[in-house]
Design a protein around this ligand. Structure first.
Ligand SMILES: [Zn+2]
Length: 119
């Protein structure tokens, strides 16, 4: 898999990244159909926020579910999904109240990166 990685201010590279894996039982693997740069990607790009290590970019995306963990009950393979900065699992009280971005189990997608392509 190829992904976009910021190495330092203004230094953006497309490079090999590990294939995604199901780690948590609530995980899903998404084949990205489209992704984009978020305004928060631009702070380190312009050198306003420091880049201390190579950082995968992107966290706004749409795509198709390719694989789900054993406890991923709300999506199935083939579903078309929309994601943003935080992934949520829809299992906690806050998610059930409709505020998935504040899920107690949220995962910041910005640290994973969604910009890339399959090579
Ligand atoms: Zn939740």
């Amino acid at each position: 898999m190829r992904g976009v990685v910021l190495h330092s201010a203004g230094d953006v590279r497309v490079e090999d990244r590990p294939e995604p894996e199901i780690i948590e039982p609530t995980d899903a693997i998404i084949r990205i159909a489209a992704s984009c740069i978020c305004g928060s990607d631009l702070w380190p790009y312009w050198g306003i926020d420091p880049v201390t290590e190579p950082t995968p970019m992107g966290h706004e995306y749409v795509g198709f579910v390719e694989q789900v963990g054993a406890a991923a009950n709300n999506v199935t393979v083939g579903d078309f999904v929309v994601g943003s900065f935080f992934a949520s699992d829809n299992s906690c009280e806050i998610c059930r109240a409709g505020y998935q971005s504040r899920c107690v189990h949220n995962v910041p997608i910005g640290s994973i990166g969604t910009l890339g392509c399959v090579s």
